[in-house]
Design a protein around this ligand. Structure first.
Ligand code: TXA
Ligand code: MG
Length: 410
């Protein structure tokens, strides 16, 4: 097998994966690794002490179950059919093998490996540590398409429990630097595989109920799911305030504050008038009554240069790039006249243009929220996109509504 060859070659990549696998097998400190969705914080899903290390490092509430990551269908089948503790006597009747429920077959054919998590019954005598499932009778599992992630699982030779590798409540990490920022001092190793491609987490689906349900929107969308046999009438079982779902969220993680930067986030709904949005932000910038507000803007449309402020209001009429490492993030200072005082002070506007392509927005969103947080802005105005623009757009808006303290339409 090529991976065996690779290991023999002892390339730096192979060495890093071996080192990470060694920590995962022997230590209780989790290891961060890239996946195609977001970075995960991994632990051996079969050892309680190891899984507890995840909750400790993230400070995650213990009633929020983790997703199990496998490298192959074989590994999943082994999980569904744990070897009995006491070997059965040769005379005893053979217990039937448990297989993956048929309803999932078209999904796995089409979307695995990839950003789709399925819910399965946890078998009796399960090898999974009880902390993985938070004592639910089911577990969530996915096979990531990231080669690095699968190689790591393969080298560890264990299923890996892995939530997103952010500190609890913060935006999910899409680069190794994000993980470092949140978790340095708490973990020993981050495998750096560059920026995650998708940028939002996996879609979580439950095919054990009738009709099947989407518990969390993500990388695979509802329309795509509906094209699979048995999934035509899949229902939405998450609530982000826009849907008529009265029940409590069925994915326990969906009830928590999440994706939140330090700054207050104000979300403009997609059909807001561009003029109204720009005027709202201008007013905030020029209002001397509002504290020390430096503001961040994450936009998806073309706004007038310099926010359309009169040239005299903008110290430098052109915006400056904040860092060559972050594209499309610019700053410009705006002097604010104090009422009844000749003195003026300066507020800074940071402008982040994500572009209008949904894939690019999903890919860059968490990084944008994090970059603005690093700049210590007090408020971040975000221009939303339409849920009707497709599945990834719905996943983006789901994350934004959770991050936002206020939503408005202007
Ligand atoms: O893309 C992803 O899924 C990333 C990467 C690292 O793979 N992982 C991730 O994990 O987002 P986490 O722990 O942040 O989110 C897991 C979600 C939560 O909403 C949790 O409640 C739900 O999956 N979940 C896990 N097991 C479940 C179960 N047995 N029943 C219902 N929901 C479950
Ligand atoms: Mg998470």
């Amino acid at each position: 097998e090529w991976w065996a060859e690779e290991r023999k070659l002892q390339t730096p990549e192979a060495k890093a994966i071996e080192e990470a696998a060694q920590i995962l097998r022997t230590s209780d400190i989790p290891v961060a690794f890239p996946t195609e969705t977001v970075y995960g914080l991994g632990a051996d899903a079969t050892r309680s002490a190891s899984v507890q290390g995840i909750y400790r490092a993230k400070q995650r509430p213990s009633d929020n179950p983790l997703i199990v990551h496998v490298d192959s269908i074989e590994m999943l089948n082994r999980l569904l059919n744990p070897s009995p503790q006491i070997p059965s006597s040769p005379s005893s009747t053979k217990t039937p093998r448990i297989s993956i429920p048929e309803i999932y077959e078209p999904l796995l054919d089409r979307f695995w490996p990839g950003p789709l998590t399925i819910i399965l019954p946890n078998p009796s005598g399960s090898d999974l540590a009880p902390e993985v499932t938070s004592n639910l009778t089911t577990f969530g599992v996915r096979m990531p398409s990231s080669a690095l992630a699968r190689l790591l699982i393969h080298a560890t030779d264990r299923p890996l429990a892995a939530p997103s590798a952010n500190a609890s409540t913060k935006p999910s990490p899409t680069t190794a630097q994000h993980v470092y920022h949140d978790l340095h001092g708490r973990i020993e190793l981050i495998l750096d595989g560059g920026a995650s491609g998708v940028g939002v987490e996996s879609t979580v689906v439950d095919g054990l109920c009738h009709p099947p349900a989407i518990l969390r929107p993500g990388g695979i969308g509802i329309e795509e799911l509906r094209t699979c046999p048995g999934w035509e009438s899949v229902t939405v079982a998450y609530n982000d305030g826009t849907l008529d779902v009265k029940e409590i969220p069925r994915a326990p993680g969906m009830k928590y504050r999440h994706y939140s930067p330090k700054a207050r986030v104000v979300l403009f709904e997609a059909d807001s008038h561009l003029n109204g949005v720009v005027r709202h932000v201008q007013k905030d910038l020029q209002d001397s009554a509002i504290g020390a507000h430096n503001i961040g803007i994450i936009r998806t449309r073309n706004w007038p240069q310099g926010l359309g402020l009169a040239a005299s209001d903008v110290l430098a009429s052109t915006m400056r790039p904040v860092s060559s490492a972050i594209e499309n993030l610019h700053s410009f200072p705006v002097p604010v006249q104090e009422t009844g005082s000749p003195s003026s002070r300066t507020k800074i506007a940071y402008d982040y243009h994500l572009g209008s392509d949904t894939g690019a927005i999903a890919h860059g969103l968490f990084a944008a929220l994090r970059a603005l947080d690093e700049l210590d802005v007090d408020v971040i105005y975000v221009e939303g996109i339409s849920d009707r623009d497709g599945d990834l757009a719905a996943a983006v808006m789901n994350r934004l509504r959770k991050a936002a303290g206020a939503e408005m339409k202007v």
